[in-house]
Write a protein that binds this ligand. Sequence first.
Ligand SMILES: [Mg+2]
Length: 369
Amino acid sequence: MCAWLQFPLKIDASRKILHIDMDAFYAQIEIRDNPALQDEQVILARDPRKTGGTGVVATANYHARQVGVHSAMSAAEALEKAPEAVFVTPDFDKYRKVSEQVHGIFHQFTDKIEPIAFDEAYLDLSDYEESLVTIAHRLQQKIFDELALTSSVGISFNKFLAKLASEHNKPAGLTVIRIEDIRPFLDAQPIESIRGVGTKTAERMHELHIENGNDLYQLSQDTLIDEFGKQGFELYQRIRGIDDRPVQYERQRKSIGKEHTFNPPVRSEQETLDESRSIAKEVVQALKNKKMHGKTLVLKLRDEMFNTTTHRATFNDFIENDPNVIYNLAVDILEEIGGYTTPLRLVGLTVTGLTPISFENITLSLYES
Ligand SMILES: [Mg+2]
């Protein structure tokens, strides 16, 4: 028997972890932008009646989910289940943009963010003194006020429990799992909703008459390891509320960029320059907020055919965090590649190779001058 199996199990309840998941994200954005869809079954997929049946469901709203439509289902099957449904072709550019706005709001609360998907993240809020319920309400309210979108939040002291909690009460839910809630909460979970139990594992569990969390809890560590190996050991811990995985946030960002997408595309040089100027302002604001600067500027362009290109210029000295400086450098890069030549769906500016604006940098330049 391995040594690590003999450590006594201990629940670390010292952290404050929040899991947030936007409710039916893509569908919610489409309904927000087209309120006529409000009471309809909405399926995000190209309409199978127009494509000849190809295509896959990206997501669906709760009305459509109620009749059995789910993501990754073929659009044709979704149509069978929901013949009255409205099919909306997904606009991933738009969702990416909204996702950035959502993440921007997360950053107003903490930089200890582990993004899981476009619409989902863990936040480590251990540094907060006040109740996480208060903070979660504030976060959900802010997202709703600024973006008119609802989210569901789970709060606990580890990632496993926080995620289960956020799934517990959707949409617009807020669920807390405290240490005294672990047994009743986990015991009642169907085996499929316990993270780490995939389809294959679930099948084997059913053969072993393990239907819910309580059944799983009754099994010995040896039995679980014999049956499921390393995963069995993990499940033995999880079902006891133990999960020591840290929230893996980026300790230091290597680049800061902003981009604007356009639908319809921008169609003139002047418009492109105007947009670049406003993007430069945003980049500088973000750099100042993070107290960072860098030596490389990247210009990103996407044309009408969705071809995306990046062009960079690197300098010996740090680029000054001044909108005019960054704008002028961007214009230089644009001129170097032949200027404005084609309608653009996206213009972006990013400063990379970031370094904190530290005391040393400042004193060094003072001595140099
Ligand atoms: Mg979601």
